[in-house]
Design a protein around this ligand. Structure first.
Ligand SMILES: [Zn+2]
Length: 207
């Protein structure tokens, strides 16, 4: 779905990219048992150029996306968190985090919900500070040695991955723990829109 406001500013309202570099064709939907709730900082929402939260949402049919900073009174989110049928986690590195490389997450007969914060590190902290309901969730993290492919985005540290790259790491580890059963082919295609976007940005002069 597109909205042509002006000839050069047409935006794809699916992937929120300029129509000229819409990445929708590269999206490979990956079905998951785990439900992903993507929390996007408004600052990230405006960055149509490099946000990967939308790609992550489009690639995961079992996901939803919410934009904001303070989610403490967010009805939908609190319903998810307070539902006794759900086991909720938030992906965030912390000394109390469960390291997914070491153990799995989830409880028998409960739905596994993973909250993903799509934001820079300072904005992620702002979301947790303003949203005690999210901050109180069991945090999960993973160890990785990969360097982000996000070469044009100023990440404070090389090991800070984009939301999409982090999500792929989580999917791989959940697969290893056999709580997900995603085919290697799907795994391989997951980052395609992200890689194509980086490729596109690098080919432009204004990076
Ligand atoms: Zn698009």
């Amino acid at each position: 779905m597109t909205n042509k406001k002006s000839k050069n500013r047409a935006v794809c309202y699916r992937c929120y990219r300029p129509e000229s570099s819409c990445m929708c064709d590269y999206i490979v939907p990956v079905e998951t048992e785990t439900r992903f709730v993507i929390l996007m900082h408004p600052k990230e929402f405006r960055k149509t150029k490099n946000g990967t939260g939308h790609f992550t949402h489009l690639s995961l049919p079992n996901s939803e996306i919410h934009i904001g900073v303070d989610f403490s009174k967010h009805t939908t989110i609190n319903k998810i968190i307070n539902d006794p049928e759900n086991s909720c986690y938030v992906l965030y590195p912390h000394k109390t985090s469960i390291n997914l490389n070491e153990r799995s997450i989830g409880e028998e007969s409960k739905k596994r919900i993973v909250f993903l914060i799509d934001s820079t590190w300072p904005c992620s902290r702002a979301i947790l500070t303003d949203s005690p309901n999210i901050d109180n969730l069991q945090k999960v993290s993973f160890s990785h040695t990969e360097v982000s492919g996000f070469t044009f985005k100023q990440q404070p540290k090389a090991y800070c991955l984009s939301t999409m790259e982090s999500t792929l790491c989580v999917l791989k580890l959940l697969n290893e723990h056999r709580v997900e059963d995603i085919s290697p082919q799907k795994m391989k295609g997951f980052l395609k829109p992200f890689e194509k976007m980086v490729e596109y940005q690098l080919s432009c002069n204004h990076v």
